[in-house]
Write a protein that binds this ligand. Structure first.
Ligand code: SF4
Ligand code: SF4
Length: 113
């Protein structure tokens, strides 16, 4: 979402290099190999994280709002002056908002306690 469709060429190139490195002849040889490792999000072996917005740094660009909404979690609302606000109970800690925010230090991933 952040880079647009041009990222597909990078993905194709990365996959091609990965297949070469791992001595696979085609993508068909790796289809389904990860299925035994798939678990629900809550079962992932990592700390539960949530994002936090430092409102004093937010410029109201909406990038986090759009990314979180289009990513399916819809955990960010906009306050007055378009300042972003996290609804923590809906945040799953994916970090996408942190990735797209153009302001250094504006969004921080925090451990959920
Ligand atoms: S961490 Fe993910 S779910 Fe949480 S607010 Fe950011 S984009 Fe939304
Ligand atoms: S991406 Fe960053 S600066 Fe833009 S609205 Fe979200 S928190 Fe504010």
């Amino acid at each position: 979402m952040h880079y647009g469709f041009r990222v597909i060429n990078d993905l194709r190139s990365g996959l091609s290099h990965y297949l070469d490195d791992m001595k696979f002849a085609s993508p068909n040889e790796i289809i389904g190999k990860a299925l035994p490792s798939i678990v629900s999000h809550d079962q992932l072996p990592r700390k539960r994280m949530r994002s936090q917005i430092h409102k004093d740094l937010c410029i109201g660009c909406d990038l986090c709002y759009v990314a979180c909404r289009d990513g399916g979690h819809n955990a960010i609302d906009r306050l007055e002056n378009r300042i972003a606000h996290i609804e923590w109970e809906r945040c799953v800690g994916c970090g996408l908002c942190n990735f797209v925010c153009p302001v250094d230090g504006c969004i921080e991933m925090m451990e959920w306690k």
